[in-house]
Design a protein around this ligand. Structure first.
Ligand SMILES: Cc1ncc(C[n+]2csc(CCOP(=O)(O)OP(=O)(O)O)c2C)c(N)n1
Ligand SMILES: [Mg+2]
Length: 833
């Protein structure tokens, strides 16, 4: 009793306590819990083991426990509640060690090391973000692939940033070394003016042959500099591939994310991605994470990078095991790789490998690290290379001969690099907007989006019925009754119904729909109600999944409270499932800027940088309604600033039918460009924004919605969204009949031909006035004015808007009303300014 007490309370004593026999489990438990703190994890010894009071025990059991938990593997898994999972890990760490193919591991180390050395020799002073110091990554991934191949994997979807990426391209994606070296040779600048990307961001694909002969396709995902932004994209891409594969998809497609230690701990987008792991809408059956941990960021050391002892500990928020491993015990690294992979396949869970090594050079090879870490880099300069250490450890005597051969091989490859023909960088894939610009011809790829009246009727019946025994909420019952009336033309069709009709018509004809966003199943504004809930037993009924036999799925999900993570995921999904209409909805468009890096780096620039297409739709509620600075603006100005070379579409449909045709156009076109839709809030059910059912059975999306009420106007007000409706109401009230009010529904690509036609319908108009709700430094104003001036000829181009402001909107509903009235009045009564 006394000895147990002293073991538990031994914090003041550093003396080792003798554990009595029979206490084996208790001793082991202490080490299972805290052993990783005393583990020998840093090859350079800077990260000193911590002596934990609970572990100051001696004796046979302690010796056994210490060997299992305080060697070169440190496991954190006692935060996992499930005893089966803990036991599974215990058995592996406490049981006999499995053998490692040391010959193969050594060969891979030599290749990884000499790849970098030859680059260093031949391209001195060029950035490559060497893997030296953590070259064990290559045998680690080899073992992960071996295990994956044995379990039926056909593809590894891999996301990683700069560190060691070129090495991975050569040794995991198996691109010929001369191809990688060629990236260091001069390119013809004409091939990449304004586009393309640096060599350590480009994606790569290849085939990997595992030790036991399995062939695994490698897909290294294109990646921006923005650390960790690729995480949700990689996971979304994997999920799309898994969904396409159907049954067993999560076994066939394995995601692997390689992180830097600084980025893993610091970047919120990773935390958002991790949070998706076990949620059915986003799950991929487990992602394997590898932290290539050099205990340093650019010049910033671990103690400055995170509050936890290990960068990896962020993952403890979930039931995810963390295996720290000393990158210089290559056998341990390989064993950890095997265990992590098996864990992923056994439990369908994420798993983290924290491989701790060092960085032989500066952050990049042009950076001198001896200025900021003189002692560390003195130690590194004196430290032997891993392949030499390993060869000696395992007693392989011909390592030097093998190394010479590999070096000669890479040098020869480098010699061939100059003559490698570079793949041309396509600036635009052909055929997208051919003949569209300028409107000289009928757009080549416009598609029929109207749906026959009888089909609309049938769809609306399907959308508004549910099983007889279903106990429906009275409010939802009423909503469905109203929607049924919309289908039979007794009532104008509103936005919610328009969207449901668009989705229903698509899934019926085998185009699947996937929409996710915060509270999207009901809809933030009570507009969607895509999932009916039985109020007595909470069973779900999704009318959109009961449209017709053999239909495609319509999946509408509530997302986690994340923007960057979820938008990145959906972008990734849209990349690899182009036949599906994939939509992400912001709760309010204002919050989309939390995902700005996904928008800037992937959605709008992905094609220019990497030739990658996406048909993703962003639904961004937008409009000034007196709800304050953060519930008003989806930042139209930002999207328009990002528009160039037909990279995406920026739209604001002003009616339900327009929204219907726009969604169908996006899904049915044979090519893919991202689509931004500014969606309404208060206008969702407004009569002026509703449409007759005939507008669904005829027509198509109008890029410009002309004013057909006023034929001969002296002034044309051009606007987009809600303000246009308000102007029309005000005009009616004031009985004005010489001012036209025209909606620009597609802002980008700029609908020049449609606008020209509209201006020609009002030959006597002297003024064109751009009217917007947003302040002068926001909204579409600065994008529209030069374009309108170009079209206006003799006419004056003026504008009406709120005064320039750092904040998008006032916090006072009353102030908002005053401002809004002033805008309408200015637009309709004065000459603007
Ligand atoms: C979002 C973001 N912030 C900052 C940077 C600039 N940056 C590039 S690498 C780097 C350090 C990365 O450290 P770590 O994640 O440990 O990776 P390592 O380079 O050590 O492998 C920084 C700060 C960036 N690329 N992305
Ligand atoms: Mg680092």
């Amino acid at each position: 009793m006394a000895s147990r007490q002293s073991r538990i309370n031994s914090s003041s004593s550093s003396a080792l306590m003798e554990a009595p026999n029979g206490d084996r489990e208790r001793v082991l438990d202490a080490f299972r819990q805290w052993g990783y703190l005393e583990a020998d994890l840093d090859p350079l010894g800077f990260l000193q083991p911590v002596r934990h009071p609970d572990l100051q025990i001696e004796g046979e059991f302690a010796q056994e426990a210490r060997a299992a938990y305080c060697g070169t593997i440190g496991a954190e898994f006692m935060h996992i509640a499930d005893p089966n999972r803990r036991r599974w890990i215990q058995e592996r760490l406490e049981g006999p060690q499995e053998s490692v193919d040391q010959q193969r591991a050594l060969d891979l180390l030599i290749r990884a090391e000499f790849f970098e050395l030859v680059l260093q020799q031949r391209y001195l002073g060029t950035k490559r973000f060497s893997l030296e110091g953590v070259t064990a990554l290559i045998p680690l991934v080899d073992e992960i692939l071996e295990g994956a191949g044995q379990r039926g994997a056909v593809e590894l979807v891999m996301g990683m940033s700069h560190r060691g990426r070129l090495n991975v391209i050569a040794h995991v994606a198996k691109r010929a070394p001369e191809e990688v070296f060629a990236g260091f040779e001069d390119v013809d600048p004409r091939s990449v003016l304004g586009g393309g990307d640096v060599k350590y961001h480009m994606g790569a694909t290849g085939e990997y042959l595992t030790r036991s002969g399995a062939k695994i396709h490698i897909h290294l995902v294109s990646n921006p500099s923005h650390l960790e932004a690729v995480d949700p994209v990689t996971v979304g891409r994997t999920r799309a591939k898994q969904d396409r594969a159907g049954e067993g998809g999560s076994k066939k497609f394995l995601p692997l994310l390689v992180h830097g230690d600084g980025a893993f701990a610091g970047q919120g987008v990773f935390a958002e991605t991790l949070n998706l792991a076990d949620i059915p809408a986003y799950s991929v059956g487990g992602t394997v994470h590898v932290i290539v941990n050099n205990l340093i960021g650019f010049t910033t050391v671990a103690q400055e990078l995170h509050s936890s002892r290990f960068a990896a500990q962020l993952a403890r928020r979930q039931s995810v095991p963390i295996f720290h491993v000393n990158a210089e015990d290559v056998d341990a690294v390989v064993r950890v790789g095997r265990m992590a992979l098996e864990y992923r396949y056994t439990f369908g869970s994420d798993v983290v490998i924290d491989m701790i090594g060092y960085r032989r050079h500066g952050h990049s090879e042009v950076d001198d690290p001896t200025i900021t870490q003189p002692l560390l880099y003195k130690a590194i300069a004196e430290h032997p290379r891993l392949w030499e250490i390993y060869a000696e450890d395992v007693g392989i005597t011909d390592a030097k001969t093998r190394a010479d051969a590999v070096k000669a091989e890479f040098e020869a490859a480098q010699g061939r690099a100059k003559s490698v023909r570079k793949k041309p960088v396509l600036r635009q894939l052909p055929g997208y907007w051919n003949d569209y610009k300028g409107g000289r011809h009928k757009p080549q790829y416009e598609v029929e989006t109207a749906v026959p009246a009888d089909e609309l009727l049938e769809l609306s019946q399907r959308l508004t019925t549910y099983p007889a025994a279903f106990h429906i909420h009275p409010k939802v019952k009423k909503l469905l009754e109203q929607r049924a009336e919309m289908g039979t033309s007794k009532r104008p069709v509103d936005y919610g119904m328009a969207e449901a009709l668009a989705f229903a018509s698509l899934v019926k004809n085998h185009t699947a729909v996937r929409l996710s966003g915060q509270d999207s199943r009901r809809g933030t504004f009570n507009q969607r109600h895509s999932v009916l809930l039985d109020i007595e037993n909470e069973q779900e009924y999704v009318p959109l999944e009961h449209i017709s036999d053999g239909q495609a799925h319509c999946r509408i999900y509530n997302s986690t409270l994340s923007e960057a993570g979820v938008l990145g995921f959906e972008y990734g999904y849209s990349r690899d499932y182009p036949e599906t209409l994939v939509l992400w909805e912001a709760q309010f468009g204002d919050f989309a800027n939390v995902a700005q890096a996904i928008i800037d780096q992937f959605i709008v620039a992905g094609e220019a940088k990497w030739n990658l297409l996406s048909g993703l739709v962003l639904l961004l509620p937008h409009g000034y309604e007196g709800q304050g600075p953060e519930h008003s603006s989806a930042r139209i100005e930002r999207f328009l600033q990002l528009a160039a070379q037909d990279n995406f579409q920026v739209t604001q449909p002003s009616t339900a039918a327009q929204y219907f045709h726009l969604l169908r156009r996006q899904a049915l076109r044979p090519w893919r460009k991202p689509l931004v839709v500014f969606t309404p809030k208060s206008m969702l059910r407004h009569p002026d924004a509703s449409s007759s059912i005939e507008e669904f059975s005829s027509g198509n999306f109008q890029r410009v919605r002309p004013d057909t009420e006023v034929t001969d106007s002296r002034r044309i007000l051009l606007c987009t969204g809600k303000i246009g409706h308000e102007l029309r109401v005000e005009r009616r009230k004031k009985k004005i009949n010489d001012i036209a009010i025209t909606f620009v529904e597609q802002m980008y690509p700029f609908p020049e031909a449609d606008l020209t036609a509209e201006l020609q319908r009002h030959p006597n108009a002297r003024e064109i006035v751009w009217v917007q709700e947003e302040p002068a430094n926001m909204g579409a104003l600065n994008y529209m004015l030069p374009r309108l001036r170009h079209l206006a000829g003799e006419k004056h181009v003026l504008s009406v808007k709120r005064s320039a402001s750092p904040s998008p909107a006032t916090g006072s509903a009353k102030a908002h009303d005053v401002e809004q009235k002033a805008l309408l009045s200015l637009a309709l009564t004065t000459n603007g300014h």
